[in-house]
Design a protein around this ligand. Sequence first.
Ligand SMILES: Nc1ncnc2c1ncn2[C@@H]1O[C@H](COP(=O)(O)OP(=O)(O)OP(=O)(O)O)[C@@H](O)[C@H]1O
Ligand SMILES: [Mg+2]
Ligand SMILES: [Zn+2]
Length: 513
Amino acid sequence: MFTKVNGIGLFGMNAFPVATEIHAGKGISDFRIVGLADASVQESRQRIFSALKNSGIELKNKSFIINLAPASVKKAGSSYDMAILAAILAAQESIEVDLQSAAFFGEVSLGGGINGVCGALSMAIEAQKNGNRELFLPHENAAEASVVSGLKVYGIETVTQLKNHLTGRKPVTPHKPYVPERAAYHTLPDFVDVKGQENVKQALTIAAAGFHNVLMIGTPGTGKSMLAKRIPSVLPAMTFDESIETTQIHSVAGILDNNAPLVVNRPFRPVSHTASAAGLCGGSGIPRPGEISLAHNGVLFLDVLPEFDRRTLETLRQPVENREIVISRATGSVCYPCNFMLVAAMNPCPCGNFGHPTKQCVCSPQAAAKYAGKISQPVLDRIDIQVEVNPVSYTELSGEGAAEAAAESSATIREKVEKARLIQEERYHGTAVRSNSEIEPSMLGEVCVMDDSAKTLIKNVFDKLGMSARAYDRILKVARTAADLDESGLIMKKHVSQAISYRSLDRKYWGRG
Ligand SMILES: Nc1ncnc2c1ncn2[C@@H]1O[C@H](COP(=O)(O)OP(=O)(O)OP(=O)(O)O)[C@@H](O)[C@H]1O
Ligand SMILES: [Mg+2]
Ligand SMILES: [Zn+2]
């Protein structure tokens, strides 16, 4: 007897349809899976036979040949179990469900349960694209798949439940459709907690508004980590499509929260300096997404930047530029998006005290230079804004001064950021550019129009400091964002001057302008 059910496969975050064909017969006992299925797929035989036995379901056939088509695509993992199981059941039971419009994926456990799998959202999207109207998947993944519109999602807990539904004996209730949620800003740490540091907050506001990468340099305990953590709270809410893409990546990595089917807050991914290149950019057998992709549409935070392995940092250059990463392995190549805002922090020297108003730095100038020098020029070149974080005074911390009253909440800052983002959206409509950080050199002249005093200032600084063309470009981009925050079409002197101040640390720590 020949039966066919629709399965879904996954490679990286790309899902694809897999027709699961079965030929079941009464002859000699046999079980074969063909169609470029690797060892992990072959093991489904043990899982399914044991699960059926433990569910009290007797097999009426003895020989099974299963073909996973297209046979030209490699298949790995346990998520083909459910489709194979459904095909086995369909070969021996009278099925009430329209198998043509249904799709199946999930892992079967030896005891007869159904286990959750990674990447369910991508597979659910694929099912919908294929015109499947009903999706049978592990109960654990049902909430995640319910985000996809036009699909009736059945979260299955046991083999028996699936059999009873398919035969019409006891139908399962479909999962309730997803009700769109808004970003939960109230759950994020807020800038209102940070006393003083007005100049840093200003720099971070500009960074958030133009999606510029930023580096904070300061002595220990000045609040760099505290400030970094608060950046997602001032970024505009993700669009539905951004949420879907970020969730897909988190789903493939298996880090999705079961209670929150869709990631609605922009990610904040702090990375330890001990991270490997694979941990950062992705890797292993079927390449999994790395931290840069988990930070997609959000913030990647590299604390103590000089402590990172130099080669690990270098691997960031390409993805920072391309906003996606292609990982090639013998099993094939996978592309993951990684449009993140890079936020880095560092101490000014090995002992940390260089530039502290009262504490003494014990480092030799050579040691300090070597420390800063661990960050290569190409990496520094990808950071538009550098800002010094100085210790706050007692008056600011205690709130006895006037500064405390001025501390802005994240909501207030976000409002300004959103306005500036809208201006950019309109400006770059119809181009590949999304924010000022992505302005192409060829667009600078048209997009960054300065008034006369701004031109004079940048010319003077250019001549006096021997500024590089690259530094000039970056100053213009940051000045563009500062002007957008002011809702000014023309870039004025104050915007240029602010942008220049975010490059002045180059000279102090890396001895160049
Ligand atoms: N401006 C501030 N307002 C309120 N609290 C602050 C401020 N700066 C620092 N703190 C307090 O000090 C703690 C240490 O700050 P944080 O860990 O952010 O410092 P850091 O600059 O990252 O230090 P390190 O260089 O050691 O990593 C914070 O958790 C916070 O409690
Ligand atoms: Mg810190
Ligand atoms: Zn020092």
